[in-house]
Design a protein around this ligand. Sequence first.
Ligand SMILES: [Zn+2]
Length: 398
Amino acid sequence: MPSLLVDNIGELVTNEAGRGEGGPLGIRRRVAVLVEDGEVVWIGPTADAPAADHRIDAVGSAVLPGFVDSHAHLVFAGDRAAEFAARMAGEPYTGGGIRTTVGATRAASDGELRATVRRLRAEALRQGTTTIEIKSGYGLTVVDEARSLRIAAEVSAETTFLGAHVVPAEYATRPDDYVSLVCGPMLAAAAPHARWIDVFCERGAFDADHTRAILTCGQAVGLGVRVHANQLGPGPGVQLGVELGAASVDHCTHLTDADVDALASTRVGEEDGGTTTVATLLPGAEFSTRSPYPDARRLLDAGVTVALATDCNPGSSYTSSMPFCIALAVREMGMTPAEALWAATAGGARALRRDDIGVLRPGARADLIILDAPSHLHLAYRPGVPLVRQVLHNGVPR
Ligand SMILES: [Zn+2]
């Protein structure tokens, strides 16, 4: 495969702590990056750059690792713009609207679902997202969950079985039976297409016992654990996720001190085991439901590993934009621009237990963003502006 040199980089964010300025961002200046076979093979001063078959001139701009969006729900049909408008007119968010999307998703053809997934995947890539996790969870039958994951797996290796998104209407009076279905035939049909299992652990969705039962079944067939936890109110999700060794607990909007301590405790032994449970914050959801934002500052000060993701879904956060989430995190959640960028790249990689993405070093995947800006600071400083000039995905310019 021909080699490619990205040259004249003004500021390179490597996320290699200690290898440059800016602490964890590992910023290097006036460098070039050589890419071969989808991997970074060399980083060094522009003046020392080796010859390559192709060259991209970054003209002094900032270059960063591609965004890692570790939480998205892209397999659905229909939209809920009217529900959004009603909410902005004063109606509260309850999570009940998920069933609206379930009806539309079940009625859609494979081709319609595939077209939506591909459209949103392309939309995210244009905004710099080179890795995106995709959940099922709008089918809620054996057949519809399996096909959702099959279609998701066509565009991402990071697929998550979320049969336990909500109890579907036909099981409303017998949730135990639905949990049995999720743990039995639905999991069996979904697991071949999934890397992860997830549960919406929330009042009105799944309680602690159901969540534990479902996640444990998933672990038994080799799926990694993630949890939707503590979004709408305090609850058992975060501590349950920590107990089960979840890669990530997501939302984390309503946390007790014990929840924060539990998350911080998973950092112990991080270097030799990879057992950290990441707190993935999803500010697009608070924005779109006009709810209080999670307190990222409290988590960071306690030593918790924090990721940022979009939660892209048609009900509570219909954004695929990681730069938007970075801007919200900085403006509304007490994060510095550097912390937010790290969380949207290296943090997302940790939430997916990956060390080949979210970082730029020899051997890492050549997933990177060339900004139309001299510094990564502009992502939060210039909110809403399309600053992503070019994306390399697996070393291929997009
Ligand atoms: Zn979600």
